[in-house]
Design a protein around this ligand. Structure first.
Ligand code: HAM
Length: 422
């Protein structure tokens, strides 16, 4: 029997894992400068938490959740996203009593049973950030977006575009949804089966359709911007002023409604190049009222989740022609029994000084050693034979050009430091 990773899941292997670590570390660093701290929530929760937060009619809840009965009969679900869990934790730990806004980020795997394709997996990873508190000031929305763009800039993502929208609140949205439903009923026969069904269950989602034959019809539908109540209209105008203040370019996409039910007012999405159809690398928005819906105190909330898999794909696409940089600094080519103990000690000293060192566990012939050092992409081979042991002068060979010099241990470290700095 041959085992394979389950469809829609994958292994992240070196050297890709180094890029993953760099991306996640950059998120920690950037988010830290904006006052966010890490929260780690469980991978599975009560099913009802997601059903109530995300909405029973959404694709995520209706079709994509990994739900199973636990041995004691409880029904549990592998988390399809992080926002619901963060709100649950906010309530459970009474975080509303903390001073100021509570800013949290969460990094880890999520699970949705979607049809796998490039950029779409059944186990995928998100870098999620949430702000919870008493204020719904548009400055919070704008700062969240600013932080996101600073992060993308810092990891080297180029050519990403930001779309924003407002989808109103409980005062104005129901009226717009009803109007949309009426308009959609008139054109029902020209729509595909998914959209036809959504006219009754969730007409907003029709706006999300990518079906080419539905596009012309959708473009004639009423825009929510024309039906926002005064408060929502003012909030959206202020958000745009705040984005301009921060010199953030954006476009308004009136069809950006998002696939989860908890959103209100601000929604946003970032599209990245090199990804094909699964090109949304981040989605987010405001969800005032979700904490209350889950049994907590009245609370405002906004956040986003970056699809790490997609971000990495886009970064790799942008650098696919660049030569990979080797992580290995020094390969120790030791020969002769007497060289082994000094080789072990030198390896330890070099590693203590922060260099990546490969020490062959068994003696190798010189030529084979240098050949392997080359294949591993080592920058240097440190040659230790019996002469070197006797003189305590070690030969350092730069593999790119074969240049070779002898150094004492102290000089060797100084030389490596100098080479690293230049
Ligand atoms: P979402 O739009 O469902 O929002 O997911 C956010 C991002 O996760 C997507 O833009 C995409 O990059 C990535 N993603 C989603 N599904 C998959 C998949 N099957 N494979 C690979 N990547 C995927 C949320 O999850 C919200 N919780 C975001 C949020 C946080 N809103 C407020 N706070």
């Amino acid at each position: 029997m041959k085992f394979q990773a389950i469809k829609g899941t994958r292994d992240i292997l070196p050297p890709d894992s180094a890029l993953w670590n760099r991306v996640e570390q950059t998120a920690r660093d950037v988010f830290g400068t904006y006052g966010y701290s890490e929260i780690r929530t469980p991978i599975f929760e009560q099913t009802e938490l997601f059903a109530r937060s995300i909405g029973a009619e959404t694709d995520v809840v209706a079709k994509e959740m990994y739900t199973f009965d636990d041995r004691d009969g409880d029904t549990v679900t592998l988390r399809p996203e992080a926002t619901a869990s963060v709100c649950r934790a906010y309530i459970e730990h009474g975080m509303h009593t903390l001073p100021g806004n509570v800013k949290l980020y969460n990094i880890g795997p999520m699970f949705r049973r979607e049809r796998p394709q490039k950029g779409r997996y059944r186990q995928f990873f998100q870098i999620d950030a949430e702000v919870l508190g008493q204020s719904d000031a548009p400055a919070i929305d704008a700062e969240v977006i600013e932080m996101l763009l600073v992060f993308f800039e810092r990891v080297g993502l180029r050519g990403a575009t930001l779309s924003v929208n407002s989808i109103g609140d409980k005062n104005c949205r129901p009226k717009y949804v009803e109007l949309l439903r009426e308009e959609l009923r008139k054109v029902k026969d020209s729509l595909g089966p998914d959209s036809q069904r959504r006219i009754e269950t969730n007409p907003l989602r029709v706006l999300d359709s990518k079906l080419p034959e539905e596009q012309a019809i959708i473009e004639t539908l009423p825009h929510i911007a024309d039906y926002l109540c005064d408060d929502c209209r003012a909030h959206f105008a202020k958000l745009q002023a705040e984005l301009k203040l921060r010199e953030i370019s954006y476009e308004i996409n009136w069809r950006l409604v998002r696939g989860l039910d908890y959103y209100m007012r601000t929604t946003f999405e970032i599209i990245a190049p090199g990804l094909g159809s699964q090109n949304a690398v981040c989605g987010g928005g405001r969800y005032d009222g979700l904490v209350e819906l889950l049994g907590g105190p009245p609370t405002k909330g906004i956040g986003f989740a970056i699809g790490t898999d997609r971000l990495i794909l886009s970064l790799q696409d942008a650098t696919k022609d660049a030569a990979p940089e080797s992580a290995l600094d020094v390969f120790i080519a030791w020969m002769g029994e007497k060289s082994y103990a000094p080789a072990v000690q030198l390896a330890r000293q070099l590693r203590d000084a922060g260099y990546a060192v490969e020490l062959p566990p068994e003696e190798m012939k010189f030529k084979k050693s240098i050949g392997l050092a080359d294949k591993l992409g080592a920058k240097y081979a440190l040659i230790i034979g019996e002469d070197e042991v006797a003189s305590k002068q070690y030969s350092l060979k730069r593999l790119a050009d074969g240049q070779q010099n002898k150094y004492s241990m102290a000089d060797l470290l100084q030389h490596l430091h100098g080479a690293r700095a230049s």
